[in-house]
Ligand binder design. Structure first.
Ligand SMILES: Nc1nc2c(ncn2[C@@H]2O[C@H](COP(=O)(O)OP(=O)(O)O)[C@@H](O)[C@H]2O)c(=O)[nH]1
Ligand SMILES: [Mg+2]
Length: 350
């Protein structure tokens, strides 16, 4: 999964990028303009750990999140339009994370998180509108009789009324499917990160921002970027101590991952064997063949059945054979909806 860090210059995108990835990209206004920072983190998973203890595989593989910190190509202040490079990078990611400044700026500017959040939302709304208008002009010129123009007209009206596309009801999944090529920004899951000073690390987000997030269907995490960036460099023992001194239970990345998974409605199924134990993140609600398709399209195409055990049963009972004896290993068909923590062995035929 790829998450793009976006926000106004000086909000602390690169600082938060460092806090989440444990890397040391250059921060501040001197940092190279137009330089994109990329970093990948593994998603900690106790289930993979437990299965690895059981199977002793050659390899164990965790889910990964890649963070992309897109530096705006041109200098500018709050309210600047998103430039083309930034837009293109934003369209490519699976989810967006807006870093919002919650600390006093270098020149003494008071933070205004709600205005910043709304400001970027407006810019993304405008970017989607421009894309739609261009396409509608083209369709009108071609005099093509497609349902596309009508559909785009519906989206346009929603955007003009200030509704982000992720909040638009009444459009079927099939209709959305015909529009995937547009990669609309306001349709992408969006997580707000309020970047606060150290002494506010454990203070909940202001109610107006929280209300805005709920209304627009956004995730929200409060994070003290600067100190979390230092914490990310420490040994696990020191991390625990520092995080506790901030009044928190976990470092930023752990809280961030939980919030992101909830926002994206992600769950993980697992595969386990002597070769590899592995976590596979998928959207909640996928059927067994669709989930199998994440591993390989051949397994989806040739799907016969799925042998499923819950990871806790498998670890508690110690083997698939024991699970079978105890009636804890089920054989499921095409319609089975995969659950979080299912350990699955796919039977397929190609
Ligand atoms: N006081 C304070 N300064 C911060 C915080 N986070 C970032 N900064 C500073 O704000 C400036 C901009 O941060 P940076 O991460 O480069 O922002 P970006 O332009 O969004 O990538 C840098 O000088 C940071 O050191 C914070 O939580 N508190
Ligand atoms: Mg930066």
């Amino acid at each position: 999964m790829k998450i793009g860090l976006v926000g106004f210059p000086g909000s602390g995108k690169t600082t938060v990028f460092n806090a989440l990835t444990g890397l040391s990209a250059e921060t501040g206004f001197g940092a190279a303009r137009g330089k994109t920072n990329l970093g990948t983190v593994k998603v900690p998973d106790d289930r993979v750990k437990a299965l690895t203890g059981l199977y002793r595989p050659k390899k164990s593989t965790l889910a990964e999140i890649t963070f992309c910190d897109v530096a705006a190509a041109s200098a500018g202040s709050q309210g600047q339009s998103l430039d083309e490079t930034t837009l293109r990078a934003m369209r490519e990611v699976d989810a967006l994370c807006q870093v919002v400044r919650g600390f006093t700026g270098a020149a003494g500017e008071a933070p205004d998180p709600l205005a910043e959040a709304k400001g970027l939302e407006d810019e993304m709304n405008l970017a989607d509108l421009i894309l739609i208008e261009k396409r509608l002009e083209r369709l009108a010129k071609e005099k093509a009789k497609t349902g596309e123009a009508e559909l785009l007209g519906t989206l346009k009206a929603a955007l003009e009324a200030g509704t982000p596309l992720r909040r638009l009801d009444g459009i079927s999944p099939e209709a959305w499917g015909t529009l995937v090529g547009y990669r609309f920004l306001t349709q992408k899951p969006l997580l707000l990160v309020l970047n606060v000073p150290e002494d506010q690390a454990a203070v909940p987000a202001p109610e107006d921002l929280a209300r805005h997030a709920r209304g627009a269907g956004l995730g929200l995490v409060v994070l003290a970027g600067q100190v979390e960036m230092d914490i990310a460099q420490m040994s696990p023992e020191d991390q625990r101590e520092f995080v506790a001194s901030l009044g928190l239970a976990e470092p930023a990345i752990a809280r961030f991952i939980r919030e992101a998974y909830a926002l994206l409605d992600l769950i993980s199924f697992l595969t386990a064997g002597e070769d590899e134990c592995r976590a596979w993140p998928i959207r909640r609600g996928l059927t067994a063949p669709k989930a199998a398709g994440k591993i390989h399209s051949d397994i989806e195409r040739g799907f016969i059945r799925a042998e499923v055990a819950h990871w806790e049963d498998l670890v508690r009972l110690g083997s698939e054979a024991k699970c079978r004896e105890a009636g804890k290993l089920r054989s499921e068909g095409k319609e089975y909806v995969v659950h979080d923590g299912d350990v699955i062995n796919f039977r397929f035929n190609v």
